[in-house]
Design a protein around this ligand. Structure first.
Ligand code: MG
Length: 249
């Protein structure tokens, strides 16, 4: 147990992340090259063709080198359990960042299963593709550079590949203000079906209050939600909540 695991706030990389927060929440990179450094670290330190080792290397980079806004190991395990409960063959994630959650989902997909990973930042999408290729998971994951709120461009592109009712699992971990608008866009596509599980990260920290209020209002009506208490990624002081919501109808 090293100090950084408990107190990343005292580390320069965390302070630097704070300084880069405005850029991070508009461009999805901190601005000091840490996302590219993470890709190089994984390619240099993880065994090729080994998804588990790529995940381990990203966690190691985030704990020991530079703090990253991945879902992390603690909340990642919550996502894993929700994914298993959904028995998913076809999944989507909103916000890939460096590909950490994509790797966690890819290693649990059954043979022939597919993940569509939507990433706003082109450089991040490229990092994700390189890490997935190194881990041998590129055939299971389609990395899409775009976002669902781009007046239909990304959704229309994906409609050629994703059929109605085909999405079994969705992981939401991108712009917090876009959680609810994008969930509604997904409902409009018809890709979700009764039983589809949607997992949302960072509902308490930094927080997605509109999304949470919507799920509270829809409880037992359109959605059934379980709130998982956890901590924000890669430390144990800031609390966070992961919402696991199952579509009823
Ligand atoms: Mg997150």
């Amino acid at each position: 147990m090293f100090l950084g695991k408990q107190l990343p706030f005292l580390r320069w990389s965390f302070i630097r992340l704070g300084l880069g927060m405005k850029r991070l929440t508009t461009e999805w990179q901190v601005g000091d090259g840490r996302e590219e450094a993470c890709a190089k670290y994984v390619l240099a330190n993880a065994r090729p063709g080994d998804i588990d080792d790529a995940i381990r290397a990203i966690d190691e980079f985030a704990y020991k080198k530079k703090f990253l806004i991945n879902v992390g190991d603690e909340k990642g395990a919550i996502m894993d359990r929700a994914f298993d409960g959904a028995k998913a063959r076809c999944a989507m994630e909103l916000g890939a960042y460096v590909g950490y959650s994509a790797l966690r989902i890819a290693r649990r997909l059954p043979a022939g299963g597919k993940l569509y990973s939507i990433e706003f930042n082109a450089a991040n999408a490229d990092i994700v593709r390189r890490i997935l290729a190194h881990a041998g998971a590129e055939d299971r994951v389609t990395v899409v550079h775009g976002f669902l709120g781009d007046n239909g461009a990304t959704i229309n592109r994906l409609k050629k590949e994703i059929a109605s009712g085909q999405l079994d699992f969705v992981f939401v971990d991108h712009a917090k203000d876009e959680y609810l608008p994008d969930l509604k866009r997904l409902l409009e596509t018809g890709w979700l079906r009764p039983g589809t599980v949607v997992v949302a990260d960072n509902v308490r920290f930094p927080g997605a209050p509109e999304y949470r209020a919507y799920m509270d209002a829809e409880e037992g009506r359109r959605w059934r939600t379980v709130a998982h208490e956890a901590h924000a990624e890669y430390q144990t002081l800031i609390k966070d909540v992961v919402l696991e919501s199952t579509l009823i109808r």
